[in-house]
Design a protein around this ligand. Structure first.
Ligand SMILES: N[C@H](CCC[C@H](N)C(=O)O)C(=O)O
Length: 274
């Protein structure tokens, strides 16, 4: 089975073409491919499939390193666009891709970056029951006697965003796993730690559902900006500095899609038994 290793700000992926080759991976095989010691190594596996609807160009499936399938991956979407262009699967400047969470529009730029229309932040009470209540944007939670407050938002995948004074000292390793699997999130959640630099600039670290802390999380950056704008802390557009680099996020407010722009890099091509 042919694959391409790619990365978006160090959030890394094994991208597999299921248009030109038959692909049927079990969760155990996904975990093997993602394993950084026994397999290829990546945060997520991305599968490029033929479109199922006539007005889409492709279908995009995403699997976390733990083998679970999820509905959204922002950094992966930019790599998806680079992949289909580099592999001659499409030459459009606007690529329509269907995911479990809905439609993404990918726009490769001449400078090599990609802008993704990530869709409108969702109301997803199945993923995040809190979204059925008013205080989803400022929800108190106590962990080991310490009081925290987070904002909840779905970008097609669930995110909880905490504001911290300094991301460098944020308790990502201690608090990330506890909140990722908290009963408040029936499908678990991605946990963002956001430091407000100014009204158009944040620093962000994300403990990702099913993969742990990554160098960058595209949907997490979108979710953090949505929470920050809704709480009155941020004005669009927002520069998001993650450990792996910079994303630029724009959001015109409720009912509008979130637009994310950033790099997508192909690292190497490979082949491995399916
Ligand atoms: N761990 C995420 C999927 C990947 C998201 C991240 N890689 C991104 O760029 O959005 C989840 O379980 O929803």
């Amino acid at each position: 089975m042919k694959f391409t290793k790619m990365q978006g700000l160090g959030n890394d992926f094994v991208v597999i073409d299921a248009v030109r080759q038959a692909v049927d991976l079990s969760p155990a095989r996904i975990r093997f491919l993602a394993d950084r010691h026994f397999g290829i190594g990546c945060d997520q596996i991305l599968i490029v499939e033929p479109a199922q609807d006539s007005d889409a160009d492709f279908r995009y499936r995403i699997f976390n390193a733990d083998g679970g399938e999820v509905a959204q991956c922002g950094n992966g979407a930019r790599c998806f666009a680079r992949f289909v262009r580099d592999h001659g699967l499409c030459d459009q400047d606007e690529i329509r891709v269907d995911t479990q969470a809905g439609r993404l529009i990918l726009r490769p730029r001449p400078d090599g970056s990609v802008t993704v229309d990530m869709g409108v932040p969702r109301h997803a009470p199945a993923q995040i029951p809190l979204l059925a209540e008013a205080e989803a944007l400022a929800y108190p939670v106590e962990i080991d006697g310490a009081a925290w407050e987070f904002g909840a938002v779905s970008m097609g995948n669930p995110h909880a965003v905490l504001r911290v004074e300094n991301v460098d000292s944020a308790p990502v390793a201690a608090l990330g796993p506890r909140l990722e699997s908290h009963p408040l999130f029936p499908e678990r959640a991605n946990i963002g730690f956001m430091e407000i630099v100014d009204r158009n600039h944040i620093r962000l670290r994300v403990f990702e559902r099913g993969s742990g802390e990554t160098l960058a999380c595209g949907s997490g950056a979108c979710g953090a900006v949505v929470v920050g704008v809704e709480r009155g802390w941020l004005d669009s557009p927002v520069r998001v500095d993650l450990p792996g680099g910079r994303l630029d996020i724009a959001w015109a407010g409720r009912g509008s899609p979130v637009l994310m722009s950033g790099p997508a890099v192909s690292v190497f091509e490979g082949e491995i038994p399916a």
